[in-house]
Design a protein around this ligand. Structure first.
Ligand SMILES: NC(=O)c1ccc[n+]([C@@H]2O[C@H](COP(=O)([O-])OP(=O)(O)OC[C@H]3O[C@@H](n4cnc5c(N)ncnc54)[C@H](O)[C@@H]3O)[C@@H](O)[C@H]2O)c1
Length: 312
């Protein structure tokens, strides 16, 4: 019998269930365990998701489980916690969610879990750090969704502007998943051509580029104002990261990874390009930033460190 891939999802709210829905539709794992403090909710979601299985590309076993089920899991994805309220920044959530996390991570580790953690709850960089600290696992085995979604949003906006498939738009947002994140324009290419060539030839101007970034950075606020929460984009982003892990893809994604001197920073989880595979984070990819980008990145790390200091 081939070993099956088991993914346990803690938190079956909007983000957790959007992730499960994308996972089932893309046939990524053989087993999905749903865990939530609200047990009837987890149970109802498992029942509902099961009813779509006849139309899924591959079979997936889906059930409402408990922390004991994490012992045999390859991946535990944490989407539990309080969501961002209108007007509330992700960093406002820190104290509330750090406390919840300490308890959840302990329960997972008590099950004998030795796989990989993928964290999505906000503030994601800080909660990834809390997960790493509390779990005692190697840093490579703890990953945050980081700026994968933000980079996807930027790629999507540039794709719409130039009418080029977003898969041919290479653009990264790095730093905190939040207000201090930054676009890496110096490494942005569209259909193999550098963005600076687009600027020189007048196919886009700096003002439009700046507005595109601000709209990307603030996208969560705009969506929350309109529909109360964001969940499909992050659900698909988490599924993308999960594929990279379970399929040992060595994909480069802007996840939240632990820095030990890369980009001149250490002892922090923050969004940077990293090679993701079955071992978790194989390595952080250190691209050369220009002076402005370096300054913005250092500022982002400084804000993260200041915010997390009281909760560690
Ligand atoms: N990383 C990203 O890009 C990104 C994007 C969107 C949302 N988020 C974050 O994801 C998180 C979840 O958002 P949501 O919209 O799904 O919220 P939600 O309120 O819909 O769901 C949260 C779920 O967590 C459960 N929960 C709370 N405490 C728990 C505990 N101790 N143990 C187990 N389950 C617990 C709740 O019962 C609920 O079902 C938030 O922190 C939000 O900010 C992250």
């Amino acid at each position: 019998m081939k070993k099956v891939n088991r993914v346990a999802v803690i938190g079956t709210g909007a983000v957790g269930t959007s992730y499960c829905y994308a996972m089932i539709n893309q046939g990524v794992a053989e087993e999905l365990v749903l865990i939530d403090i609200n047990e009837p909710k987890a149970e109802g979601e498992a029942m509902d998701l099961n009813h779509g299985l006849p139309f899924a590309p591959t079979p997936t076993r889906v059930w409402k489980g408990s922390y004991e089920d994490c012992g045999a899991a390859d991946l535990v994805v944490i989407t539990a916690g309080s969501p961002q309220k209108p007007g509330e920044t992700r960093l406002d959530l820190v104290a509330k969610n750090a406390k919840i996390f300490k308890g959840m991570v302990k329960s997972v580790m008590d099950s004998g879990f030795s796989g990989i953690f993928l964290v999505a709850s906000n503030p994601v960089d800080i909660l990834t750090y809390v997960t790493w600290k509390e779990s005692g696992l190697p840093k490579e085995h703890v990953i945050g969704s980081g700026t994968v979604l933000d980079s996807a949003r930027l790629r999507n906006s540039l794709s719409a502007h130039f009418s080029i498939d977003p898969r041919n738009v290479h653009a990264a947002i790095i730093g905190e998943h939040g207000d201090t994140e930054l676009p890496v324009w110096s490494h942005t290419t569209i259909g193999y051509d550098r963005i600076e060539n687009y600027l020189e030839s007048g196919r886009i101007d700096q003002k439009t580029l700046d507005e595109t970034f601000v709209n990307t950075r603030d996208a969560a606020y705009h969506i929350i104002e309109r529909k109360g929460a964001t969940f499909y984009g992050i659900g698909m982003s988490l599924t993308r990261i999960t594929r990279a892990i379970l399929n040992n893809e060595n994909s480069v994604l802007t996840v939240s990874a632990f820095l030990e001197g890369q980009y001149g920073n250490e002892n922090v989880y923050v969004g940077v390009p990293a090679v993701v595979n079955r071992q978790g984070i194989r390595e952080v990819v250190e691209i050369e930033l220009n002076e402005k980008e370096k300054e913005q990145f250092n500022h982002s790390v400084k804000v993260l460190k200041e915010t997390m200091a009281p909760v560690l």
